[in-house]
Ligand binder design. Structure first.
Ligand code: TTP
Ligand code: MG
Length: 394
C-alpha cells in the first residue's frame, strides 16, 4: 500500500566532508592540500587495520574508508598517515550540534558527522529552504572551520542522497516537483536496505535504476526481496514519511555486529563488544543522553536470539561503564558450546545528560584515552572491519 503523502516538509541532511581528515588538516595547516590518511599505523606498508577516512587529495590515489592500511600505503607512500583522535572529533561534532540547533529544534544525529534537520517550521526565518541550507553551511564553516555538504528535500531519503551528490562543499535542493526526475535516474544501490545481494537479484530482473524499480508492481518487489521490497518500492516512488527523530523521542540506542563467521574466539568477541559499547556511548554522548538500562543481545549459530538486561545505578554514557556491564553480562551467559553469530548492545531508559562538561574533565579524558588506546590495539590486531560497523545509508 502506498502511504498517503505527508504535509509539505523540508528536510536537511548535512554531512561533513572527509571529517576526521579535515579536522586534522584544520589543526595542522601544513597538511592542507595534501593527501592525509587517518586510521591504523601503516608501518611502512606492513601495518594491520584499516583507513578510517582520508582527505579528498588522498582519494585521488584510490584510497578510501575501510581499505586495509597496507594497501593505502602502497597507493600513496608519501601521504601523511595519522592516528584516529576520536575525542577531538567528538568535540567538533558537539560544536556542529550547537550550530544545527540554531536552525531547528528538530535535529537527529545519524553518525558522528551527519544529521537530519526538519526545517519545515523554521526555514521562513532564513528566507527559504535553500537560503537556510546556505546559511547553515556558512555557520558551520565559521564555527568549526570545516566544509560540509547539504541536501534539502521533502523527505529524509532524498535529502540524504542529495547531500552526497556534490561533495565536497555541496548544496543540492530537491523540490517536491523535481523529486521523481531526481530519483529515477539514480542507481538502486543508493537505497537503504539494498546491499550487494539485493542489487544482484534486482539486476537479474532488469532493474538497475530507481525508475526501473518504481515502474514495477510492488508485488514483484515483495516476491524478489520479501517485506523490504515494499519499503524500497515506496522510496523509489518518492514516498518516505519517516520523521526526524529528536533526542527526547528516541527510546533506545543500539548497535549490532554480525561476525563474518560464527565464532567462539574470546578476543574477537571481546573486541566486538568493546566496539559496540564505544559506538553506543558515542551516540548517547552526541545526543546528550545517559542510559539507566543496558541490554546485551546474543544470537548463536543456530539463529536463537537471547537478550539480557541490566540496570545501572548511575545513568551513564561512558564506554568503560557500559563495557564493564556488558562484559559481566556476557560472562554470565551460558553459550553451551554454541558459537556466536551476532552481538548487540542497547542503551535505553534515558535521562538527559545535564553534566556534559564532566565528560571532558581531566580524569575522564585520561580514562577515555586509555580505552581509545585499547581499541586501537584491537583494531591493529584484527583490522578495523572486525569492529567497525559503517553503513549509514538511508
Ligand atoms: P563519512 O561521512 O562516511 O566519511 P567522511 O566524512 O570522511 O567523507 P565524506 O566527505 O565522503 O563524507 O564518515 C564520517 C567519519 O566516520 C569519517 O571521517 C571517519 C569515520 N569512518 C570510519 O572510521 N570508518 C569508515 O569506514 C567510515 C565510512 C567512516
Ligand atoms: Mg562525512
Amino acid at each position: 500500500m502506498i502511504k498517503s503523502s505527508p504535509q509539505k516538509r523540508y528536510i536537511i541532511h548535512i554531512d561533513m566532508d572527509a571529517f576526521f581528515a579535515a579536522v586534522e588538516q584544520r589543526d595542522n595547516p601544513q597538511y592542507k592540500g595534501k593527501p592525509v590518511v587517518v586510521g591504523a599505523d601503516p608501518k611502512r606498508g606492513k601495518g594491520r587495520g584499516v583507513v578510517s577516512t582520508c582527505s579528498y587529495e588522498a582519494r585521488k590515489f584510490g584510497i578510501h574508508s575501510a581499505m586495509p592500511i597496507s594497501i593505502a600505503y602502497r597507493k600513496c607512500p608519501e601521504a601523511i598517515f595519522l592516528p584516529v583522535n576520536m575525542e577531538k572529533y567528538q568535540k567538533v561534532s558537539l560544536e556542529i550540534g550547537k550550530v544545527l540547533g540554531e536552525f531547528s529544534p528538530q535535529v537527529e544525529w545519524v553518525s558522528i558527522d551527519e544529521a537530519f534537520l526538519d526545517i519545515s517550521g523554521s526555514y521562513h526565518l532564513f528566507g527559504s529552504p535553500y537560503k537556510t541550507g546556505l546559511l547553515l553551511k556558512s555557520r558551520v564553516k565559521e564555527v568549526t572551520g570545516l566544509t560540509s555538504s547539504v541536501g534539502i528535500a521533502p523527505h529524509k531519503f532524498a535529502a540524504k542522497i542529495a547531500s552526497d551528490l556534490k561533495k565536497p562543499d555541496g548544496l543540492v535542493e530537491v523540490t517536491q516537483d523535481s523529486l521523481l526526475t531526481f530519483l529515477w535516474p539514480l542507481e538502486i544501490n543508493r537505497i537503504w536496505g539494498v546491499g550487494k545481494k539485493a542489487v544482484k537479484v534486482l539486476n537479474e530482473s532488469g532493474i538497475y535504476t530507481m525508475g526501473d524499480l518504481a515502474h514495477r508492481k510492488v508485488e514483484k518487489l515483495v516476491e524478489l526481496l520479501g517485506k523490504n521490497g515494499e519499503h524500497i518500492w515506496q522510496l523509489a516512488n518518492g514516498l518516505d514519511d519517516r520523521e526526524v527523530e529528536t533526542e527526547r523521542e528516541i527510546k533506545s540506542i543500539s548497535n549490532e555486529y554480525t561476525f563474518q563467521q560464527d565464532t567462539d574466539n574470546k578476543e574477537k568477541i571481546g573486541s566486538a563488544l568493546l566496539s559496540l559499547c564505544e559506538k553506543v556511548s558515542q551516540r548517547l554522548f552526541q545526543k546528550e543522553l545517559k542510559a539507566k538500562t543496558i541490554t546485551l543481545k546474543i544470537r548463536t549459530g543456530d539463529f536463537k536470539t537471547y537478550s539480557r538486561t541490566v540496570s545501572i545505578s548511575n545513568p551513564t554514557n561512558f564506554t568503560d561503564v557500559i563495557f564493564k556491564e556488558i562484559q559481566k553480562t556476557y560472562n554470565n551467559f551460558q553459550t553451551k558450546g554454541k558459537k556466536i553469530r551476532l552481538l548487540g548492545v542497547k542503551a535505553s531508559n534515558f535521562s538527559l545528560d545535564t553534566k556534559q562538561s564532566d565528560f571532558l574533565s581531566e580524569k575522564e579524558n585520561k580514562k577515555r584515552k586509555k580505552i581509545q588506546r585499547a581499541m586501537e590495539k584491537i583494531k591493529d590486531k584484527f583490522g578495523e572491519d572486525a569492529i567497525y560497523r559503517s553503513g549509514s545509508k538511508i
